[in-house]
Design a protein around this ligand. Structure first.
Ligand code: AMP
Ligand code: MG
Ligand code: MG
Length: 319
């Protein structure tokens, strides 16, 4: 069955497995208690922690996928990794069952035509805080993100949440084949907007204030991680708003694929689509706006003040 499936389906089936293996690695490092945190931030630009879990999880994901799919391009968040045994890559059988549903265009994609964007641990700031404050509830906000782009746009995504319930959950989607692993909300009486917990800025706050005055944000919840915020949007929040730079392509590729499959949208805060070619600027310089299927994306874009948008221009390719 595996060998008969199209390349994209096989890559997603394997990525689901490897995301779960990465989740296991994260839990092992946490259980060991020594996170070996280093700060990746450039001097004067805040705090950007990396733990042993980030380093091991990325090694595992990249090595395992690259071994089985020799010609794919993988761009992972971490420059430094720590060797750990790579996974004997299995595959998720439910993914293979969707192979008959994928479009002819996606069915013919070849290995050298995709870019796989990997965030081995999204929500590292929350991990660091959870340990510091002994507040393990924050670990719910950790996700492993694997996004697959073709012709510069997301076609499939995997969001694994290791600390959901007792054994974690994996939410995944292939373009045109629906969302698997959760049932997306189709409406809500309140419009709750989720935003950053650890990267608040004046422009983020001003954008939220503007949305409040137009009844597009009844409540604001500050939570960590792009993966967790998009899960919240899938499960009943109206939008994820981040009117600031700093979020990267590996934060948005997987979640855009999953949200789009549920009828939602993800763009920058000016409504421009985010590109995922291999030579693209890594930073989402235009900010991030993700909306649920049951709200109007355009209304959110129009309500965010022009001066905030002007301060967040699109920078398409690396300097
Ligand atoms: P947050 O919403 O703050 O949890 O951020 C979502 C993702 O974007 C996380 O992976 C963060 O590390 C990343 N991110 C957002 N802003 C910044 C920033 N100023 N510096 C580094 N990473 C950021
Ligand atoms: Mg991240
Ligand atoms: Mg990360």
């Amino acid at each position: 069955m595996f060998n008969k499936a199209s390349f994209l389906t096989r890559l997603v089936a394997s990525s689901v497995r490897v995301s779960e293996a990465a989740g296991g690695i994260i839990k092992n490092v946490m259980a060991g208690g020594d996170l070996k945190i280093v700060d990746k931030a450039e001097t004067g630009s805040g705090y950007d922690p990396q733990t042993e879990a980030d380093r091991r999880a990325q090694y595992c994901i990249v090595q395992s996928l690259q071994k089985h799919f020799n010609n794919i391009t993988i761009i992972g968040e971490e420059e430094d990794t720590t060797a750990c045994p790579e996974v004997e890559l299995g595959f998720n059988e439910d993914v293979l069952l969707t192979d008959r549903l994928i479009s002819p265009e996606l069915a013919q994609i070849k290995e050298n035509e995709v870019v796989v964007w990997v965030d081995p641990l999204d929500g590292t700031s929350e991990v660091a805080l959870a340990v510091k404050n002994k507040n393990l509830a924050l670990l719910e906000q950790v996700t492993v993100l694997i996004g697959i782009a073709y012709k510069g746009r997301p076609v499939a995504g995997i969001i694994h949440q290791p600390y959901h319930s007792t054994s974690g959950r994996t939410v995944w989607a292939i373009k045109g084949c629906g969302v698997h692993g959760l049932v997306p909300a189709t409406g809500n009486t309140q419009k709750t907007v989720v935003t950053t917990r650890s990267h608040l800025s004046e422009s983020v706050s001003s954008a939220l204030e503007a949305l409040k005055t137009r009844n597009l944000a009844d409540n604001v919840e500050k939570v960590g991680g792009a993966g967790f915020k998009v899960l919240k949007v899938l499960e009943g929040c109206a939008a994820y708003v981040f009117a600031s730079a700093g979020c990267k392509k590996w934060d948005t590729c997987a979640v855009e694929a999953v949200l789009t499959a549920a009828g939602g949208r993800l763009t920058d805060i000016s409504g421009r689509e985010i590109r995922y070619e291999p030579d693209v600027q890594l930073n989402n310089t235009g900010g991030v706006l993700a909306t649920a299927s049951w709200v109007k994306h355009q209304e959110y874009i129009e309500t965010i003040p022009k001066d905030i948008k002007n301060n967040l221009p699109e920078v398409a390719s690396k300097k």
